[in-house]
Design a protein around this ligand. Structure first.
Ligand code: MN
Length: 748
């Protein structure tokens, strides 16, 4: 197929340390010759013999023989013997100089799934480590009743966990995916699209996250080609046509640079580079650029000896052509999360054409092309230890995330979020750099520093100024988080946090906290119910509990409390069953006290939105199945209706605690003459009494002469509200004021 037969990045240089033959694994699919298994195998063995010991080569050979026998009689969709696939996967790994264990695992990677070989057998023949690697890339047995999406989520979760234990798992999986994508034409169209989409959404971003950039670009282009064959063909043809026109301009720029560097006594290699097709496609879509505009940008890479030479070369370039202001980025001082380091600048070249320049050392170049895999390729390289630390931290954060997110599909969504970085770099007060995804807030920062900091944060300073916790962070911000020992995450934070970690930890905390308060509430409700039957909860014997629990599939008393607190069980019913056959208690019913309401933040109970009770109001509780206790004012109109209907609602005695923890929301309605500034005066009067207005809505009546203002305020209780109302009545223009109950605070 001529349309896509050219390499996409013809000028992309191979890492200098690689011998020429390795180029084979970088060539796109259409240039692969028809396969000759024996020849491929010999080539592979020759390749690994160059860097492995003789006994290691023997192990790899044994693994190949085993895989060949296990897959004998199986064929790929393309008609080739199945073993050609694991061999191709192992070849990619050999290109990265991976060790014998990983190569053996690559050769064996499909034998568990497709040839029903047990993990134990692999462990005995090839060692525990290799068997674990194979297991890590093998899919789970498909469970019945699972949708494809669920099965996919569950499999990816398993793989990500295995990868957190050993990063070689993902390298094998990525090489596997690369070969499947290179041979995707043989698949059914619908499967082709599913695999291609998964590659774009998960595997390419993972390759990017691990800094495997060559692989990342190839996976993207292959997936692009499979998903949008027509767009791919048109774009490939246009790129090829444009290349001729660009050649002259490009060589002028390269010549000018090559001449300037020695003048500054810089030794360096200068190459032109082209974007890969998917990169061009994204840029056209995102920035709404025409093809000509995208192609109009020239890319140049300069590779020099050391870091000082990078900055020197930057100076030389800015002296040669004018830089575009605001386009300079120093990824050497602030590496990307995947370890990428370079200086980026954009220059205005001859005839005003923009030139994007990347400047980096050779070591940085290795990391930029091969990322984590560079660890095996260039063992001596010092920049790699930092990369390994950041990779390790990322894998660790995946483990944290999965602990806090039991649901597979949700976990996968969070991983996807974290895989598309677009990062900002911010600083701790001690000057440490934290990288976060774009749009991240101070709360995300707090959780990135430590889960405890996130859970206890109450306020923040950004660049020494007090700012709201929801503030979006900008590059270079210095962020200080203020914590309090008894603080807890606010459910509202979920509406603005951007990182998976923050979201998962907040959810986890709230769930645990709600269970705790529901259990406490349920225990009180049960105690009351028992008291009305003449018994005390604390006097109930183990025997009574065991008898009761036996009929409830082995739950603990605490779980029973939680279910009562959540309104899933009626306390009276549980009380009677607990007392079945128990010794008779005191004859007269004991007096059970009312449930005390201490705060508006108690997750086991909700202050009803219709009447918005505040401390000082006479109140009553109603249990709502599945939600816990709902607190209404005694005179709530909604309640009257419900009481008249009867029904099986549970009424509970409640009262305010002597010391409540506010603030509490309350709704008021103010009717005032429609004069300029009336809202401002009322708002000012409210603020003077230490109350926050959290919502205001106004409508005009009487032909525009009066206006009705609906406020939702925060108060500590009835006294506080009375003071505010008294003050508002004194204002000129204010005609009527009333607290609103039994309707929604604002009619929106
Ligand atoms: Mn495979």
């Amino acid at each position: 197929m001529a349309a896509v037969s050219l390499t996409i990045e013809p000028s992309r240089p191979l890492p200098a340390a690689l011998p020429e033959e390795d180029a084979a694994s970088l060539i796109p699919l259409d240039m692969h010759p028809p396969i000759d298994l024996a020849e491929d195998y010999e080539h592979f063995i020759a390749q690994i013999t160059r860097y492995l010991k003789a006994e290691e080569v023997a192990q790899v050979k044994a693994a190949y023989q085993f895989a060949e026998a296990a897959h004998r009689g199986q064929y790929r969709a393309s008609g080739e013997p199945y073993v050609s696939h694991p061999l191709a996967v192992a070849e990619t790994l050999a290109h990265w100089r991976l060790d014998a264990q990983a190569l053996a695992a690559a050769l064996l990677h499909d034998v568990m799934e497709d040839a029903r070989i047990a993990k134990e057998e692999l462990a005995q023949r090839f060692g525990r480590v290799t068997a674990e690697l194979v297991d890590g890339v093998s899919k789970l047995d498909r469970i019945e009743h699972q949708s494809i999406a669920e099965a996919q989520a569950e499999n990816l979760r398993k793989m990500l966990l295995a990868m957190a234990q050993d990063v070689r798992v993902i390298l094998i999986k990525l090489a596997d995916r690369l070969h499947n994508m290179r041979t995707i034409d043989a698949m059914r169209p619908e499967k082709r699209r599913r695999i291609a989409r998964e590659t774009l959404e998960i595997y390419a971003p993972i390759a990017n996250r691990l800094g495997l950039n060559s692989l990342y670009r190839e996976l993207q282009d292959l997936a692009f080609r499979a998903l949008y064959p027509l767009r791919y063909r048109v774009l490939a043809r246009a790129v090829r046509a444009a290349r001729g026109n660009r050649r002259e301009g490009m060589s002028k720029v390269l010549d000018a640079i090559k001449q300037r560097l020695p003048e500054w006594r810089i030794e360096g290699e200068v190459v032109g580079r082209e974007k890969h097709l998917y990169g061009i496609y994204c840029k056209m879509r995102e920035k709404r650029l025409s093809f000509a505009q995208v192609l109009d940008i020239y890319g140049v890479r300069i590779i020099v000896e050391d870091v000082p030479a990078c900055y020197l070369a930057l100076g030389a370039m800015h002296g040669l052509f004018k830089p575009v202001p605001g386009k300079f980025k120093d990824y050497i001082a602030l590496p990307k999360a995947n370890g990428y380091q370079s200086l980026h600048t954009t220059l205005i070249g001859p005839f005003g054409m923009p030139i994007e320049v990347q400047i980096r050392t050779r070591a940085m170049h290795h990391v930029a092309e091969s990322g984590v895999a560079a660890h095996w390729l260039y063992k001596e390289d010092a920049t790699l230890s930092e990369l390994h630390k950041t990779t390790h931290r990322w894998l660790q954060s995946l483990l944290d995330l999965q602990r806090a997110t039991p649901d597979s599909t949700e976990f996968l969504e969070q991983v996807k979020l974290d895989l598309f970085p677009g990062e900002v770099f911010v600083f701790t007060p001690a000057g440490h750099i934290i990288s976060l995804r774009r749009g991240a807030t101070a709360v995300d920062f707090a959780y990135a520093v430590h889960t405890d900091i996130g859970n206890r944060c109450i306020a923040c300073k950004i660049n020494n100024e007090h700012m709201p916790l929801r503030t979006e962070l900008k590059n270079g911000d210095q962020v200080e988080i203020i914590t309090a020992p008894n603080a807890a995450p606010n459910p509202n934070w979920l509406s603005f946090v951007k990182t998976g970690k923050a979201r998962a930890q907040i959810r986890h905390f709230l769930k645990t906290r709600q269970e705790e308060s529901s259990a406490a509430l349920g225990e009180q409700l049960l105690a009351k119910a028992l008291a009305s039957l003449g018994h005390r909860l604390e006097e109930l014997g183990t025997a009574a509990w065991n008898r009761f629990l036996a009929t409830f599939s082995g739950k603990t008393p605490r779980e029973v409390f939680t279910e009562i607190g959540l309104g899933k069980r009626l306390p009276q019913v549980v009380a009677r069953r607990l007392l079945d056959g128990a010794a008779p208690g005191a004859q007269a019913p004991l007096v059970g006290g009312a449930i005390r309401i201490k705060s508006s933040q108690d997750l086991a109970m909700q202050l009803a939105r219709c009447c918005r009770p505040i401390p000082g109001d006479a109140i009553v509780g109603v249990t709502v199945p599945g939600q816990g206790l709902s607190i209404h004012t005694l005179d709530c109109p909604n309640l009257k209706g419900a009481r008249a209907q009867g029904g099986n609602r549970q009424w509970v005695d409640v009262e305010w605690d002597a010391e409540t923890v506010g603030p509490f929301d309350v709704a008021i309605r103010v009717v005032a003459e429609n004069r300029p500034g009336v809202l401002a005066r009322i708002a000012h009067a409210i603020a003077m009494h230490d109350s926050n207005i959290i919502d205001v809505h106004m409508d005009t009546a009487d032909g525009g002469t009066t206006t009705a203002l609906h406020f939702t305020l925060q108060v500590t209780g009835r006294l506080h509200l009375a003071r505010i109302l008294k003050n508002l009545r004194r204002l000129p223009n204010v005609m009527r004021i009333a607290r609103v109950k039994g309707e929604r605070a604002h009619p929106r």
